[in-house]
Write a protein that binds this ligand. Structure first.
Ligand code: ADP
Ligand code: DP6
Ligand code: CO
Length: 358
């Protein structure tokens, strides 16, 4: 085997948006959550991460570039993911390229990783979810690991909690698990991407700036200081998870919208109940909530659900294409581009509408 070969794998992974939120860890190192969560995975052509992982005997250390800039891999989360995947690496034989990597070679071979997000990083649009899911998935393929996506989800979880849910399409549940080593804290698919394909997701990018308080820091402060979080995790979320699974299975949009909006609002209430309080939403986010609430009340049944992650950007889920068109019409009327409302782009389906208009 010549010693100048390079083996490369590229993968693309969509982000996911939680409709029942994960917020709070019971174990910081293993990333074990205080409650179950449910999300919807976006279309792979929408907001996604593309990661290329390469291995070569000529590489003398593990290195990573994110959006073109080199970043450090020394953090515990990257190290956990690399360690877990390396432990599962298997023999690779590529006759065409005359490459043969024995199982034990993976311990000493180094990696180069290049990752690119096609949407704002660290701005509350779940870049850590798409990012770590894609990293773990591409490494597993590179190293010929035999684990299924649920098992890989438990590794991605150790990079960023929300990442475990991006290993599957459609609606996905992250079960918090019971055991101390976290092996049962993983993602399972609730319904596949075809199950409810009338839904249209529109994201109003209110700000693509990096958030001031990362999800990790924010939820740590919440766990330490918020009493409301304990009520939420023990009393509220377990019931909502059951109801949400039902709503998804029955394609019951009225229940789905009620649960999604309530859970987003309670998550932000918990942030406000944190000491010092965390404000992820801004005036524009609040105006969007008002607009959707008013519209939903004026209809026989709700037409749109809203949810906001740890940032001011609105994720709007419309009942169907007609509701999505009406929603866009309303958004453009109330939040016109180049106004002081601050929305700088809308992303719908696989298209960005009005990119950077504001
Ligand atoms: P977000 O709301 O975008 O998920 P977080 O604060 O949760 O913001 O996480 C942002 C962090 O996730 C980044 O600082 C980086 O460490 C990590 N991250 C983002 N994109 C990637 C990627 N493509 N590959 C690996 N890690 C990533
Ligand atoms: C509001 O998964 O980004 O998006 O596990 O510390 O990396 P870490 O946090 P992260 O938190 C996501 C929080 C959320 C809700 C959710 O995705 O469920
Ligand atoms: Co994140």
């Amino acid at each position: 085997m010549a010693d100048t070969w390079v083996r490369m794998v590229t993968a693309q992974t969509p982000t996911n948006i939680a409709v029942i939120k994960y917020w709070g860890k019971r174990d910081e190192t293993l990333i074990l959550p205080v409650n179950d969560s449910i999300s919807v995975t976006l279309d792979p052509n929408d907001l996604c991460t593309t990661t290329t992982v390469a291995v070569s005997p000529t590489f003398d250390q593990d290195r990573m570039w994110l959006n073109g800039k080199e970043i450090s891999l020394s953090g515990g989360r990257f190290q956990s993911c690399l360690k877990e995947i390396r432990a599962r690496a298997c023999e690779v034989e590529d006759e065409e390229k005359a490459i043969k990597i024995a199982k034990k070679d993976w311990e000493k071979l180094h990696l180069h990783i290049a990752s690119y997000n096609n949407f704002p990083t660290a701005a509350g649009l779940a870049s850590s979810a798409a990012g770590f899911a894609c990293l773990v998935f591409s490494l597993a393929k590179l190293m010929n690991a035999k684990e299924d996506n649920s098992e890989l989800s438990a590794i991605a979880r150790q990079g960023s909690g929300s990442a475990c849910r991006s290993l599957f399409g459609g609606f996905v549940k992250w079960t918090m698990g019971k055991v101390d080593n976290g092996s049962d804290s993983l993602a399972i698919q609730v319904a596949d991407e075809k199950h409810w394909d009338d839904l249209v997701i529109i994201i109003a990018v209110v700000s693509s700036r990096m958030k001031e308080t990362s999800s990790t820091t924010g939820m740590r402060d919440t766990v330490e200081t918020s009493l409301l979080l304990q009520h939420r995790a023990k009393e509220v979320v377990p019931k909502r998870i059951v109801e949400m699974e039902e709503a998804i299975k029955n394609r019951d949009f009225a229940s789905f919208a009620r649960l999604t909006c309530s859970d987003s609002n309670q998550f932000h209430a918990v942030c406000l109940d944190t000491q010092p309080p965390i404000f992820y939403m801004n005036d524009t986010s609040h105006k969007i909530i008002n607009c959707v609430e008013k519209w939903n009340r004026s209809e026989e049944t709700p037409q749109v659900a809203y949810t906001f992650d740890a940032g001011p950007n609105a994720v709007l889920i419309a009942h169907n294409r007609k509701a999505a068109a009406q929603l866009m019409q309303k958004l453009l009327y109330y939040f016109p581009p180049n106004s002081d409302t601050d929305i700088n782009s809308y992303v719908a389906g696989d298209k960005t509408i009005l990119k950077d208009a504001g």
